[in-house]
Design a protein around this ligand. Structure first.
Ligand code: NAG
Length: 319
């Protein structure tokens, strides 16, 4: 039985739905549309627009690896407040992030679309800059997010950098401090765990971010998105052989579709772990700091889980 949405819905809820649709459109469909439009334009007198645009992309090619180009106006659009209110997504601060340090913020879990990390680090939808004055948020995303026309500019306006060690090192190597780089540590592999009530984290073997933190003396901050895995259902995919087959609700009915469920997501940013700069850390030093990070993340989860309806006997499972 399809469960239809009521016809009379307050305007604010329609705007929230529209905001999430725009996000999904840019994330999933825009590449096809943009490539198709570019090809069509090439055979018209407007072909010069395509040529000029690609000349710009070539000229600007270092930016995704060199600090991105976050745009205050874009990040502050009302659209992102509607986006946050759809779920709603909230950001909880548990500690100051003094602006005289740089930070690597580990985001867990990945979920299907990193809704919480996106909202708080790529937009002002949850008011990141009011909560952490003087901190410049950046978020790491796959290099393919910069391959497509227009989408590339949008991702730069959000403050996305590409997921090469070099991109992170370029930012941490700049003289100015106060940058917080959000990395969704579990990556696409962890997306396969994006089932409601799943607390498995792909983290035991993920140590690259620890090495980078040591190398540049960036403080490590654990972050947990409570409720992220409730936004979609996913067809069981134990062997991890295919991309996640997820589903949520539709626009006009609640039974099936690519819209996420309206379910609260609370992003809790933990206390920073001070890291002393160490240009050539040994394996033991990396392992020790990794263990300390995992302990801090587990503590953060345990300290806050009961507020978000997680049963007392559910714990993080780091693998
Ligand atoms: C990266 O950005 C810095 C300024 O933050 C600039 O000095 C440097 O030239 C840039 N590197 C490249 C390759 O564009």
């Amino acid at each position: 039985m399809v469960k239809w949405a009521p016809l009379k819905i307050p305007l604010s809820r329609r705007l929230q739905t529209l905001a999430v649709l725009i996000y999904l459109f840019v994330f999933i469909f825009e590449p096809f549309v943009a490539v198709w439009i570019s090809i069509v334009l090439l055979f018209t007198p407007l072909a010069f627009i395509v040529v000029l645009y690609y000349a710009w992309v070539f000229y600007d090619r270092a930016t995704p690896k060199n600090g991105s180009r976050p745009n205050k106006w874009w990040r502050n659009l009302r659209l992102w407040k509607y986006y946050a209110d759809y779920f709603p997504i909230n950001l909880v601060k548990t500690s100051e992030l003094p602006p005289d340090q740089n930070y690597i913020v580990g985001s867990h879990p990945h979920g299907i679309f990193c809704l919480g990390a996106f909202c708080s680090f790529a937009t002002e939808g949850t008011g990141f800059s009011n909560k952490f004055p003087g901190i410049k948020p950046l978020i790491v995303t796959l290099p393919s997010q910069f391959y497509f026309p227009v989408k590339r500019e949008i991702n730069l306006a959000h403050g996305c950098i590409s997921s090469y060690a070099e991109s992170i090192e370029n930012v941490l190597g700049k003289p100015e401090k106060g940058t917080a780089i959000c990395i969704v540590i579990g990556g696409a592999e962890e997306a396969l765990n994006a089932h409601p009530n799943n607390y498995d984290l792909k983290l035991a073997t993920r140590k690259g971010f620890i090495k980078l933190a040591l190398k540049h003396g960036a403080w490590l901050v654990p972050m947990y998105n409570f409720g992220e895995n409730n936004a979609y259902d996913q067809v069981d995919n134990h062997h991890g052989t295919s991309p996640p087959l997820f589903f949520g609700r539709g626009i006009f009915q609640y039974s099936f579709g690519i819209m996420p469920y309206r379910t609260p997501i609370t992003t809790v940013i933990g206390k920073p772990i001070p890291v002393v700069q160490n240009s050539c850390p040994t394996k033991a030093e990396v392992d020790d700091l990794h263990a300390e990070y995992c302990r801090a993340l587990i503590q953060l989860f345990e300290d806050h889980k009961n507020k978000y309806g997680i049963p007392e006997d559910s714990h993080l499972n780091i693998y």
